[in-house]
Design a protein around this ligand. Sequence first.
Ligand code: FVH
Length: 292
Amino acid sequence: AQNTVEKTPVTMLGLGAMGTALARTWLAAGHPLTVWNRTPARAAALAAEGARVADTAAEAVAANTLIVVCLLDDTSVDEVLAGTDLADRDLVNLTTSTPAQARARAEWARERGAHYLDGGIMAVPPMIGVPEAGGYVFYSGSRGLFERHQETLAVPVGTTYVGEDAGFAALHDVALLSAMYGMFAGAAHAFALIRKEDIDPASLAPLLVDWLVAMAPAVHQTADHLRSGDYTNGVVSNLAMQVAGTPTFLSTAEEQGVSPQLLSPYFELMRRRLAEGSGEEDLTGVIDLLVH
Ligand code: FVH
Protein backbone atom coordinates (compact mmCIF):
# COMPACT_ATOMS: atom_id res chain seq x y z
CA ALA A 1 0.00 0.00 0.00
CA GLN A 2 1.17 3.52 -0.78
CA ASN A 3 2.35 5.54 2.24
CA THR A 4 -0.01 8.53 2.38
CA VAL A 5 1.30 10.01 5.66
CA GLU A 6 2.65 13.47 4.93
CA LYS A 7 6.14 14.04 6.23
CA THR A 8 7.09 17.37 7.79
CA PRO A 9 8.95 19.58 5.30
CA VAL A 10 12.43 20.56 6.49
CA THR A 11 14.70 23.46 5.61
CA MET A 12 18.39 22.76 6.14
CA LEU A 13 20.91 25.62 6.29
CA GLY A 14 24.53 24.50 6.09
CA LEU A 15 25.72 21.59 3.97
CA GLY A 16 29.08 20.80 5.45
CA ALA A 17 29.96 17.21 6.34
CA MET A 18 27.38 17.12 9.13
CA GLY A 19 24.62 19.15 7.46
CA THR A 20 24.81 17.00 4.34
CA ALA A 21 24.64 13.77 6.33
CA LEU A 22 21.60 15.02 8.25
CA ALA A 23 19.85 16.33 5.15
CA ARG A 24 20.30 13.10 3.26
CA THR A 25 18.42 11.10 5.92
CA TRP A 26 15.37 13.38 5.72
CA LEU A 27 15.31 13.07 1.97
CA ALA A 28 15.61 9.29 2.17
CA ALA A 29 12.75 9.19 4.71
CA GLY A 30 10.49 11.12 2.35
CA HIS A 31 10.57 14.56 3.99
CA PRO A 32 10.30 17.41 1.48
CA LEU A 33 13.65 19.17 1.86
CA THR A 34 14.79 22.68 1.02
CA VAL A 35 18.50 23.36 1.39
CA TRP A 36 20.84 26.33 1.25
CA ASN A 37 24.60 26.55 1.55
CA ARG A 38 26.99 29.50 1.19
CA THR A 39 28.96 27.54 -1.41
CA PRO A 40 26.19 26.39 -3.78
CA ALA A 41 28.23 23.54 -5.29
CA ARG A 42 27.88 21.60 -2.04
CA ALA A 43 24.12 21.35 -2.66
CA ALA A 44 24.45 19.62 -6.05
CA ALA A 45 24.43 16.03 -4.79
CA LEU A 46 21.36 16.62 -2.62
CA ALA A 47 19.60 18.36 -5.51
CA ALA A 48 20.18 15.24 -7.60
CA GLU A 49 18.60 13.21 -4.80
CA GLY A 50 15.49 15.40 -4.78
CA ALA A 51 16.19 18.39 -2.55
CA ARG A 52 15.02 21.84 -3.57
CA VAL A 53 17.95 24.28 -3.54
CA ALA A 54 17.13 27.83 -2.44
CA ASP A 55 19.07 30.76 -3.88
CA THR A 56 19.30 32.54 -0.54
CA ALA A 57 19.04 31.68 3.13
CA ALA A 58 16.01 33.99 3.36
CA GLU A 59 14.25 32.01 0.62
CA ALA A 60 15.05 28.73 2.37
CA VAL A 61 13.68 30.04 5.68
CA ALA A 62 10.52 31.27 3.97
CA ALA A 63 9.93 27.83 2.46
CA ASN A 64 9.15 25.84 5.62
CA THR A 65 8.26 26.16 9.29
CA LEU A 66 10.94 23.76 10.56
CA ILE A 67 14.39 25.29 10.02
CA VAL A 68 17.49 23.25 10.92
CA VAL A 69 20.82 25.06 11.04
CA CYS A 70 24.16 23.25 11.10
CA LEU A 71 26.97 25.72 10.46
CA LEU A 72 30.57 26.04 11.51
CA ASP A 73 30.10 28.26 14.57
CA ASP A 74 27.91 30.86 16.22
CA THR A 75 29.36 33.68 14.11
CA SER A 76 28.34 31.92 10.90
CA VAL A 77 24.82 31.44 12.32
CA ASP A 78 24.67 35.20 12.83
CA GLU A 79 25.77 35.86 9.28
CA VAL A 80 23.42 33.35 7.66
CA LEU A 81 20.28 34.22 9.62
CA ALA A 82 20.84 37.99 9.54
CA GLY A 83 18.60 38.67 6.52
CA THR A 84 15.93 36.06 7.20
CA ASP A 85 12.41 36.45 8.58
CA LEU A 86 12.11 34.03 11.49
CA ALA A 87 8.61 34.99 12.63
CA ASP A 88 6.63 31.85 13.58
CA ARG A 89 9.52 29.60 12.58
CA ASP A 90 10.66 26.55 14.56
CA LEU A 91 14.42 27.11 14.63
CA VAL A 92 16.63 24.14 15.53
CA ASN A 93 20.29 25.09 15.83
CA LEU A 94 22.69 22.14 15.67
CA THR A 95 25.78 24.33 15.41
CA THR A 96 28.26 23.65 18.20
CA SER A 97 28.25 26.55 20.65
CA THR A 98 28.92 27.39 24.28
CA PRO A 99 26.03 27.38 26.78
CA ALA A 100 26.12 31.21 26.91
CA GLN A 101 26.00 31.45 23.11
CA ALA A 102 23.05 29.06 23.03
CA ARG A 103 21.14 31.07 25.66
CA ALA A 104 21.84 34.31 23.80
CA ARG A 105 20.73 32.69 20.52
CA ALA A 106 17.47 31.54 22.16
CA GLU A 107 16.76 35.09 23.30
CA TRP A 108 17.76 36.44 19.87
CA ALA A 109 15.33 34.00 18.21
CA ARG A 110 12.55 34.85 20.68
CA GLU A 111 12.92 38.56 19.84
CA ARG A 112 12.38 37.64 16.17
CA GLY A 113 9.23 35.65 16.88
CA ALA A 114 10.78 32.18 16.50
CA HIS A 115 10.60 29.12 18.74
CA TYR A 116 14.09 27.89 19.53
CA LEU A 117 15.70 24.54 20.21
CA ASP A 118 19.45 24.13 20.60
CA GLY A 119 21.24 20.88 19.82
CA GLY A 120 24.58 19.32 20.70
CA ILE A 121 25.44 16.49 18.33
CA MET A 122 26.97 13.40 19.95
CA ALA A 123 27.92 11.77 16.67
CA VAL A 124 30.25 12.13 13.71
CA PRO A 125 28.89 12.21 10.15
CA PRO A 126 29.28 8.46 9.43
CA MET A 127 27.04 7.74 12.46
CA ILE A 128 24.14 9.77 11.01
CA GLY A 129 21.37 7.58 9.66
CA VAL A 130 22.93 4.50 11.28
CA PRO A 131 20.84 3.79 14.41
CA GLU A 132 23.10 0.95 15.58
CA ALA A 133 26.04 3.42 15.76
CA GLY A 134 24.46 4.84 18.92
CA GLY A 135 24.74 8.55 18.08
CA TYR A 136 22.25 11.08 19.35
CA VAL A 137 21.64 14.80 19.77
CA PHE A 138 21.15 16.58 23.09
CA TYR A 139 18.31 19.07 22.73
CA SER A 140 17.35 21.93 25.04
CA GLY A 141 15.10 24.96 24.82
CA SER A 142 11.46 25.01 23.70
CA ARG A 143 9.80 21.80 24.90
CA GLY A 144 6.83 22.51 22.63
CA LEU A 145 9.07 22.66 19.57
CA PHE A 146 10.84 19.47 20.60
CA GLU A 147 7.58 17.57 21.10
CA ARG A 148 6.10 18.94 17.88
CA HIS A 149 9.04 17.76 15.79
CA GLN A 150 10.52 14.88 17.78
CA GLU A 151 9.61 12.32 15.15
CA THR A 152 11.26 14.36 12.39
CA LEU A 153 14.31 15.16 14.52
CA ALA A 154 14.74 11.46 15.30
CA VAL A 155 15.09 10.53 11.61
CA PRO A 156 18.88 11.15 11.34
CA VAL A 157 19.94 10.16 14.86
CA GLY A 158 18.54 9.65 18.38
CA THR A 159 17.18 12.52 20.48
CA THR A 160 17.74 13.31 24.15
CA TYR A 161 15.92 16.34 25.59
CA VAL A 162 17.73 17.81 28.59
CA GLY A 163 15.59 20.77 29.61
CA GLU A 164 14.11 24.17 28.82
CA ASP A 165 17.33 26.04 29.54
CA ALA A 166 18.65 26.53 26.00
CA GLY A 167 22.24 26.26 27.26
CA PHE A 168 21.87 22.73 28.64
CA ALA A 169 22.35 20.89 25.34
CA ALA A 170 25.68 22.65 24.74
CA LEU A 171 26.67 22.08 28.36
CA HIS A 172 25.96 18.34 28.17
CA ASP A 173 27.75 18.17 24.81
CA VAL A 174 30.89 19.88 26.09
CA ALA A 175 30.84 17.93 29.37
CA LEU A 176 30.83 14.59 27.56
CA LEU A 177 33.44 15.69 25.02
CA SER A 178 35.66 17.02 27.82
CA ALA A 179 35.55 13.62 29.51
CA MET A 180 36.41 12.07 26.16
CA TYR A 181 39.54 14.22 25.88
CA GLY A 182 40.56 13.18 29.39
CA MET A 183 40.23 9.56 28.28
CA PHE A 184 42.25 10.21 25.10
CA ALA A 185 44.91 11.97 27.18
CA GLY A 186 45.22 8.92 29.43
CA ALA A 187 45.43 6.60 26.44
CA ALA A 188 48.09 8.84 24.86
CA HIS A 189 50.22 8.55 27.99
CA ALA A 190 49.77 4.77 28.03
CA PHE A 191 50.88 4.44 24.39
CA ALA A 192 53.82 6.78 25.06
CA LEU A 193 55.01 4.49 27.87
CA ILE A 194 55.37 1.54 25.46
CA ARG A 195 56.43 3.58 22.43
CA LYS A 196 60.09 2.56 22.52
CA GLU A 197 59.54 -1.01 23.71
CA ASP A 198 59.02 -4.22 21.80
CA ILE A 199 55.29 -4.13 22.51
CA ASP A 200 52.83 -3.98 19.64
CA PRO A 201 50.45 -1.01 20.16
CA ALA A 202 47.77 -3.22 18.62
CA SER A 203 48.17 -5.65 21.53
CA LEU A 204 47.85 -2.84 24.10
CA ALA A 205 44.77 -1.32 22.45
CA PRO A 206 42.22 -4.02 23.39
CA LEU A 207 43.64 -4.18 26.92
CA LEU A 208 43.22 -0.42 27.21
CA VAL A 209 39.65 -0.55 25.93
CA ASP A 210 38.68 -3.33 28.35
CA TRP A 211 40.27 -1.51 31.28
CA LEU A 212 38.63 1.84 30.49
CA VAL A 213 35.26 0.14 30.08
CA ALA A 214 35.73 -1.69 33.41
CA MET A 215 36.60 1.57 35.19
CA ALA A 216 33.97 3.80 33.56
CA PRO A 217 31.08 2.80 35.91
CA ALA A 218 33.02 4.47 38.75
CA VAL A 219 31.42 7.74 37.57
CA HIS A 220 28.13 6.49 39.09
CA GLN A 221 29.76 6.47 42.53
CA THR A 222 31.13 9.96 41.86
CA ALA A 223 27.60 11.15 41.10
CA ASP A 224 26.27 9.50 44.29
CA HIS A 225 28.99 11.22 46.32
CA LEU A 226 28.24 14.62 44.80
CA ARG A 227 24.52 14.21 45.54
CA SER A 228 24.97 13.02 49.13
CA GLY A 229 27.97 15.15 50.07
CA ASP A 230 29.58 12.04 51.59
CA TYR A 231 32.71 11.33 49.56
CA THR A 232 33.70 8.29 51.63
CA ASN A 233 30.66 6.07 51.08
CA GLY A 234 31.62 2.77 49.43
CA VAL A 235 35.20 3.83 48.77
CA VAL A 236 37.42 0.92 47.74
CA SER A 237 40.71 2.65 46.85
CA ASN A 238 41.05 5.70 49.04
CA LEU A 239 42.84 8.91 48.15
CA ALA A 240 45.71 8.35 50.63
CA MET A 241 46.54 5.03 48.95
CA GLN A 242 46.22 6.49 45.45
CA VAL A 243 48.44 9.49 46.23
CA ALA A 244 51.04 7.12 47.71
CA GLY A 245 51.09 5.39 44.34
CA THR A 246 51.70 8.49 42.23
CA PRO A 247 55.55 8.42 42.51
CA THR A 248 55.46 5.01 40.79
CA PHE A 249 53.63 6.53 37.82
CA LEU A 250 55.99 9.51 37.64
CA SER A 251 59.12 7.36 38.01
CA THR A 252 57.88 4.95 35.34
CA ALA A 253 57.31 7.88 32.99
CA GLU A 254 60.85 9.11 33.69
CA GLU A 255 62.34 5.62 33.16
CA GLN A 256 60.51 5.37 29.82
CA GLY A 257 61.55 8.87 28.71
CA VAL A 258 57.96 10.08 28.72
CA SER A 259 56.83 13.55 29.77
CA PRO A 260 54.41 13.44 32.73
CA GLN A 261 52.65 16.59 31.53
CA LEU A 262 49.31 14.88 30.93
CA LEU A 263 49.22 13.17 34.34
CA SER A 264 50.90 15.70 36.64
CA PRO A 265 48.06 18.27 36.88
CA TYR A 266 45.63 15.59 38.06
CA PHE A 267 48.13 14.16 40.55
CA GLU A 268 48.73 17.69 41.88
CA LEU A 269 45.00 18.09 42.57
CA MET A 270 44.92 14.69 44.31
CA ARG A 271 47.81 15.76 46.57
CA ARG A 272 46.09 19.08 47.38
CA ARG A 273 42.90 17.30 48.35
CA LEU A 274 44.84 14.84 50.53
CA ALA A 275 46.59 17.77 52.23
CA GLU A 276 43.13 19.05 53.24
CA GLY A 277 42.70 15.87 55.31
CA SER A 278 40.57 13.90 52.84
CA GLY A 279 42.57 10.67 52.73
CA GLU A 280 39.52 8.45 53.32
CA GLU A 281 37.67 9.82 50.29
CA ASP A 282 38.03 8.62 46.71
CA LEU A 283 38.75 11.08 43.89
CA THR A 284 35.46 13.03 44.08
CA GLY A 285 37.01 15.87 46.10
CA VAL A 286 39.17 16.86 43.12
CA ILE A 287 36.00 18.19 41.49
CA ASP A 288 35.53 20.73 44.28
CA LEU A 289 39.07 21.99 43.73
CA LEU A 290 38.26 22.66 40.07
CA VAL A 291 35.15 24.76 40.66
CA HIS A 292 35.85 28.46 41.39
N1 FVH B 1 31.91 16.87 11.66
C1 FVH B 1 32.02 16.43 12.90
O1 FVH B 1 32.65 15.44 13.19
C2 FVH B 1 31.35 17.15 14.07
C3 FVH B 1 30.53 16.21 14.92
C4 FVH B 1 29.85 16.90 16.06
C5 FVH B 1 29.14 18.18 15.61
N2 FVH B 1 30.00 19.01 14.81
C6 FVH B 1 29.50 20.36 14.59
O2 FVH B 1 28.60 20.44 13.50
C7 FVH B 1 28.70 21.75 12.90
C8 FVH B 1 28.95 21.61 11.41
O3 FVH B 1 30.07 20.79 11.24
P1 FVH B 1 30.49 20.22 9.82
O4 FVH B 1 31.20 18.95 10.05
O5 FVH B 1 29.33 20.19 8.90
O6 FVH B 1 31.53 21.36 9.37
P2 FVH B 1 32.05 21.73 7.90
O7 FVH B 1 32.07 20.52 7.04
O8 FVH B 1 33.31 22.48 8.10
O9 FVH B 1 30.92 22.71 7.34
C9 FVH B 1 30.75 24.00 7.86
C10 FVH B 1 29.50 24.60 7.28
O10 FVH B 1 29.38 25.95 7.77
C11 FVH B 1 29.32 26.83 6.61
N3 FVH B 1 29.91 28.11 6.96
C12 FVH B 1 31.05 28.33 7.62
N4 FVH B 1 31.26 29.65 7.79
C13 FVH B 1 30.20 30.27 7.20
C14 FVH B 1 29.82 31.62 7.03
N5 FVH B 1 30.57 32.61 7.53
N6 FVH B 1 28.68 31.90 6.38
C15 FVH B 1 27.91 30.90 5.87
N7 FVH B 1 28.20 29.58 6.00
C16 FVH B 1 29.35 29.28 6.66
C17 FVH B 1 30.06 26.09 5.54
O11 FVH B 1 29.69 26.65 4.29
P3 FVH B 1 30.67 26.49 3.00
O12 FVH B 1 32.10 26.60 3.53
O13 FVH B 1 30.39 25.16 2.40
O14 FVH B 1 30.29 27.63 2.13
C18 FVH B 1 29.53 24.68 5.75
O15 FVH B 1 28.24 24.55 5.26
C19 FVH B 1 29.86 22.48 13.61
O16 FVH B 1 29.34 23.35 14.57
C20 FVH B 1 30.62 21.33 14.27
O17 FVH B 1 31.28 21.73 15.46
C21 FVH B 1 30.53 18.34 13.62
